[in-house]
Design a protein around this ligand. Structure first.
Ligand code: RP5
Length: 187
């Protein structure tokens, strides 16, 4: 199928994406979720993963959500990241209409995000949603990349470099800790 954009109209500015097909589709229940979901966008950009991002709502645009979920796989999408707050039905509703892996991101709103967390994670047997922590957009992106890396050596290599950079960051921070002085600190 020839296309390079989602058929769902995006409320977000287009960055172009160099005409690539999206491997990851990020869906959020409202553009009010964007300040959190930008962390997923940034992480995917950093790891050079083509992605699309759209706002669709399980409650406000149910037909569009179902169509999106049914068509995503044929459009070349390999992983879906779905974020929602409050009575967060979006990830589960998408998972009900696709065999693609769906990663759910509970967005903190009411009840410190516990409402969204439980709505997303407590799926019936047969329809899993791999749920990250509340506002865990960055981890959702990394988990998506881990899935893609299983069948793509170039992505696996970039992921491996990223993980190594995390290790270096902590090692550097630990060395800097050595310079912090307290009267009773022994190292
Ligand atoms: C959810 O309701 C959205 O995912 C968002 O987190 C929350 C509030 O939406 P808005 O009223 O800001 O559009 O469906």
């Amino acid at each position: 199928m020839e296309h390079n954009k989602s058929n769902i109209s995006s409320p977000l500015p287009s960055g172009g994406g160099g005409g690539r097909l999206p491997l990851v589709s990020i869906i959020m229940g409202s553009t009010s979720d964007l300040p959190i979901m930008e962390k997923a966008c940034k992480q995917l950009d950093e790891l050079q993963i083509p992605f699309e991002v759209n706002a669709l709502s399980a409650h406000r645009t149910p037909d569009a959500v179902e169509r999106f979920a049914r068509e995503a796989k044929d459009r070349g999408v390999r992983v879906i990241i779905a974020a929602a707050g409050m009575a967060a039905a979006l990830p589960g509703v998408i998972a009900a209409s696709t065999t693609l892996p769906v990663i759910g991101v509970p967005i903190k709103g009411m009840l410190d995000g516990l409402d969204a967390l439980l709505s997303i994670v407590q799926m019936p047997p047969g329809i899993p949603v791999a749920t990250v922590g509340i506002n865990g957009a960055q981890n959702a992106a990394i988990l998506a990349v881990e899935m893609l890396a299983l069948s793509d050596d170039a992505i696996a290599s970039r992921l491996s470099n990223y993980k190594a950079s995390l290790k270096q960051k902590i090692e550097k921070a630990n060395k800097e800790l050595a310079d912090v002085k307290y009267e009773y600190k022994t190292n």
